[in-house]
Every structure is written in structure tokens, then in C-alpha cells.
Design a protein around this ligand. Structure first.
Ligand code: ATP
Ligand code: MG
Length: 161
């Protein structure tokens, strides 16, 4: 379905704002407002929730989480960056595998499915997903892309730009 990417981001952030989770400073920087994408709203929201859940879970309670949305004519890229624990280089290529978890001294609960599910959803939409450690400081960035399709006629102009 056609929807605005901002709305998906907003709803995903709201998911962590219901009092059940610790308050976290989640900031979103977006290159373009009201960017229209043709996706399953619930599924892409779930991808963002999985990435935000990791960013929160694997970083300190007082550190920031940054969502960056960038686009060109062909695709939009959504990145979730945290300032927490890095992922050992040898694990980077495996973290999108089902049930794969990095051996960690701190016991942090999880099933190792979040990223595998996210990869499945992103690829279903024709996009890609990848993870990298920050080269300048602590933290991890996980980014996914969604191809931008031709905007259908009949969508009011003010919703397009
Ligand atoms: P689940 O998401 O199913 O509750 P999980 O978080 O362990 O469990 P994934 O989300 O698939 O599973 O992540 C796989 C592994 O990748 C994690 O166990 C963790 O070791 C590592 N990882 C993922 N995101 C981050 C991150 N932002 N910072 C540090 N490590 C991460
Ligand atoms: Mg997870």
C-alpha cells in the first residue's frame, strides 16, 4: 500500500513510548518529508521496531539512537545508529542468520530472530539490509533500502512532495 515513510518511522518510535520500555532519546533526521513508499506498513514498521529494539538493547540507557532517512530517485535508505557495543568483525556476516547471536559476556536476552525476520521483510520488498560498526566511535549502524516505485496517478500533489 502507498504510505508516507515518516508515518512508519513515527509509529515505530511510538512503540517504545508506551511506558513499558525505558525512556530513550530516539532522534530522526530525514532528507525529505512525506516520502511516499509502496510497502506493507505493518511489516516495514516491524523492521524498524526490530532495529530500534537492538539499538536500545545493546547500548547504555543514556545514549542516543539516531534514525536517518536518505533518498535518491531510485531508493530510500533508512539507518538506525546507536552508540553501544560493537559487533565483532567475524560475526558481522552472520547476524542476519536465524538464531545467530553474538557471544556476549553480559547476558542480554533475545532469540536471534529479529534481524533474520527483518532481512526477510526487506528482501520481500526488493531492498537490501546491512550492518556496520562505526569507524569513528562506539556503536553500530544497521541500514536498509526500499526501492522507490513510480508514484501512481490519483495521489494528490500535496501528498507527494
Ligand atoms: P531478538 O531480536 O530475536 O529478540 P536478538 O536481538 O539477539 O534477539 P537479532 O536482533 O537477530 O537477535 O540480532 C542478532 C545479534 O546481532 C544479536 O544477538 C547481537 O549480538 C547482534 N546485534 C544486533 N544489533 C546490534 C546492535 N545494534 N549493536 C550490537 N549488537 C547487535
Ligand atoms: Mg533483536
Amino acid at each position: 500500500e502507498w504510505c508516507e515513510l515518516d508515518e512508519i518511522v513515527k509509529k515505530a518510535i511510538k512503540h517504545f513510548d508506551d511506558g513499558f520500555f525505558d525512556k530513550r532519546d530516539i532522534v530522526c533526521k530525514s532528507s525529505k518529508k512525506h516520502l511516499l513508499v509502496n510497502v506493507d506498513f505493518i511489516l516495514i514498521k516491524q523492521v524498524l521496531i526490530n532495529l530500534l529494539d537492538n539499538a536500545i538493547k545493546y547500548s547504555k540507557p543514556d545514549s542516543q539512537v539516531l534514525i536517518t532517512v536518505r533518498n535518491n530517485e531510485k531508493q530510500v535508505e533508512v539507518s538506525v545508529r546507536d552508540w553501544g557495543t560493537q559487533i565483532p568483525t567475524e560475526d558481522l556476516e552472520h547476524i542476519f542468520d536465524k538464531f545467530y547471536r553474538v557471544r556476549s559476556p553480559r547476558q542480554i536476552s533475545g532469540t536471534g530472530l529479529g534481524l533474520a525476520i527483518s532481512k526477510g521483510i526487506v528482501e520481500l520488498h526488493g531492498g537490501t539490509i546491512h550492518a556496520e560498526n562505526s569507524s569513528v566511535s562506539e556503536g553500530v549502524t544497521i541500514s536498509f533500502t526500499i526501492p522507490l516505485a513510480e508514484k501512481p496517478t490519483g495521489i494528490p500533489a500535496e501528498m507527494g512532495d
